[in-house]
Design a binder for this molecule. Structure first.
Ligand code: NAX
Ligand code: K
Length: 215
């Protein structure tokens, strides 16, 4: 079985890749988005009406970048944005700016989530830190009520990536593209029930520096 990591390890490897090796965070985000985009195409989903449900952390940034990749291909995609864009991470603020440049439509209507043919879940990844309530919970309930297939980015939103525990409410995905390594919480019974088919995406983040290949 391939390696699975904790939230702390994911965060440490991310920080090492960005701060010590020097690969810019936006490059990692683009690779995460491209990997998810390729899985959307390869898994043969119905892309007639796609909705990306994104919050303003970096998981949301991955999703907004996926929306852009779909939009540029001529696919009908909308973004349902949760949270305050003024508080977005720098990378996600940049993705929002790019999405605006391309005039990617934003919607505030949860019916668009329910009526989509494919939902991309980019609400929370390894940064989920407390139980989910309010508008975030409403969006997750709408995702789970929809007939559409759902693809989660990194972690099904609401699943604790360390324990697999449902933090109040969690997305039940058909497929999850998780970055760098699987997460130990996704290997629990609840984690597996929520993540569906797991694709592990190599986005240039490694537990070791792989210098033996580079020299
Ligand atoms: N940092 C990196 O190097 C990379 C990160 N990536 C993506 O970024 C994700 C991690 O990003 P972040 O660390 O920004 O974290 P997330 O985007 O997972 O979420 C963190 C945000 O959600 C808020 N939050 C947490 N629990 C909440 C709750 N219950 N209700 C409402 N708000 C809540 C936090 O305050 C924070 O603003 C990964 O899962 C992955 O998808 C990828 O882009 C690859 C590179
Ligand atoms: K997610």
């Amino acid at each position: 079985m391939s390696k699975a990591i904790t939230i702390a390890e994911a965060q440490r490897y991310d920080a090492h890749t960005i701060n010590e090796i020097g690969i810019p965070a936006l490059v990692l985000m683009e690779r995460a988005a491209l990997a998810t985009f390729n899985n959307l195409l390869n898994d043969d989903f119905d892309l007639s009406r796609v909705i990306v449900v994104a919050a303003t952390g970096n998981n949301g940034g991955d999703g907004i970048a996926v929306a852009r990749l779909l939009h540029i291909r001529g696919i009908d995609v909308e973004i349902y944005l949760l949270g305050d864009p003024a508080k977005a991470t720098p990378q996600t603020a940049q993705q929002l700016k790019i999405a605006n440049y391309y005039h990617i439509p934003f919607t505030t209507d949860l019916n668009h989530v329910v009526n989509a043919t494919l939902i991309v879940d980019a609400i929370f990844g390894v940064g989920l830190s407390r139980n989910i309530s309010g508008k975030f919970a409403d969006a997750i309930n709408a995702i789970n009520a929809a007939d559409a297939k759902t693809v989660s980015i990194d972690v099904p939103s609401g699943i604790n990536a360390d324990t697999g525990e449902v933090m109040g409410v969690a997305v039940v995905a058909d497929s999850t593209t998780t970055m760098a390594y699987n997460k130990i919480g996704l290997l629990t019974i609840t984690g597996k029930q929520h993540s569906g088919t797991v694709h592990i995406a190599d986005i240039g983040i490694y537990a070791q520096d792989h210098l033996e290949h580079a020299r």
